[in-house]
Design a protein around this ligand. Structure first.
Ligand code: SF4
Ligand code: SF4
Length: 370
């Protein structure tokens, strides 16, 4: 299997700020190019794009290609499960939304301390075993953003898990909060296949500081920043798929250009990545991956990732004109960063363990000062 997976979480949209307005015609073209090149792994989830991602997959892929030509990965939205009765409801809804009879890969979405305890208590693992028996799930795993100690606990208690989806990228590899390397080592210790998510850290490894970009360009003038990040992950032993949330045809073609006949990183390239990591670690930008989990139950509907993106634009460019314009555009008709009531609900969901309340205060101080 080729290692590039098409993540349906950052699809092209028609109306800025409206994540449900998927540009389905462009997605169809992207799917066609992807399939034509021999790639076939697609990843979606219940909440992506305001619950429209699975339907987009059905329209752009399922209705247009034979079922055995592609692989679909979908995820049980653990965050919304309130008891055993919810599993069949979500699962059947997902089959219907995707227009399929079975899922090739099926995951518990975002296993962390609380969701793991709930999933065990609600009989989630038994539910999956039943669906495997019925032939409705071919391979079973979970996505994970928590600590390696918990990963060890889950894998030791559930040997039936076949694969783990981990946040891996060269910046988080040594990160004391994400601890990618340690999680990777645990997954390898248990012999699990690894699906990589966030190889570009939600785009943070695409827009690099000039100094970092210079190092990469000097070595390889025509390689994109994305190619360094993706090849870093794809070069790791045990990695089966590297997901990329591609938002347009140009990004798709770029990804295909280096993932088609993948060349693993050599020692010199690894050294350059170490240097780039050092540069980025000095940078104080917010490590938000734009996954949007935090926005699910924010009582003020604050567009948190968009505000952090504006903040990061300022950190990188020190150009208040542009960054301020982004902030005002995102804020148009929505709650301001300063309107956060500090309930903390968002922080419970943030896989990057960001102190969202504090960071929103800093964002408000930057953009809302008189
Ligand atoms: S702490 Fe603020 S941003 Fe977070 S959920 Fe509550 S109101 Fe929303
Ligand atoms: S703040 Fe955290 S949960 Fe929200 S989009 Fe960013 S990374 Fe995701």
């Amino acid at each position: 299997m080729k290692k590039l997976g098409f993540g349906f979480m950052r699809l092209p949209i028609l109306t800025e700020g409206d994540f449900t307005s998927i540009d389905i015609e462009q997605v169809k073209k992207m799917v066609d190019i992807f399939m034509e090149k021999g790639f076939n792994y697609f990843d979606t989830a219940y909440p992506y794009h305001g619950e429209k991602s699975e339907e987009a997959l059905r329209e752009a892929l399922v209705k247009r290609y034979p079922r055995n030509a592609f692989i679909i990965a979908d995820k049980m939205p653990t965050i919304r499960v309130t008891g055993p009765q919810d599993y069949p409801v979500f699962f059947e809804t997902q089959l219907e939304r995707c227009g399929v009879e079975y899922f090739d890969y099926y995951l518990f979405h975002n296993i962390w301390k609380k969701s793991f305890a709930e999933t065990e208590a609600y009989g989630g693992f038994d539910f999956i075993a039943e669906k495997i028996k019925e032939g409705k799930i071919k391979h079973f795993g979970f996505s994970f953003h928590d600590e390696p100690e918990l990963l060890e606990k889950v894998l030791s208690r559930h040997p039936e898990v076949e694969f783990v989806q981990l946040q891996l990228n060269y910046l988080d590899w040594k990160s004391p909060s994400v601890r990618s390397e340690e999680c990777y080592n645990v997954a390898r210790k248990y012999g699990k296949d690894i699906i990589v998510m966030e190889p570009n850290k939600g785009g943070s490894l695409i827009d690099l500081p000039k100094e970092a970009e210079r190092l990469m360009r000097e070595y390889s003038p025509h390689s994109s920043n994305a190619s360094w990040a993706m090849r870093y992950c794809a070069s790791l032993e045990g990695v089966r798929i590297v997901l990329s949330g591609m938002s347009n045809i140009a990004q798709l073609k770029d990804n295909i250009s280096f993932m088609d006949n993948l060349v693993p990183l050599n020692d010199e390239e690894k050294e350059i990545i170490e240097k780039v990591r050092d540069i980025l670690e000095k940078d104080s930008a917010i490590g938000c991956t734009k996954c949007r989990y935090c926005t699910e139950d924010c009582p003020k509907s604050i567009p948190i990732p968009e505000y952090f993106s504006a903040f990061n634009t300022y950190q990188l460019t020190h150009n208040m004109g542009n960054a301020g314009m982004y902030y005002r555009r995102y804020a148009n008709g929505r709650s301001l960063a300063s309107e956060c009531i500090k309930c903390g609900k968002c922080e419970n969901h943030c896989p990057q363990h960001l102190e969202i309340r504090k960071l929103l205060e800093e964002t408000a101080a930057l953009f809302e000062k008189p």
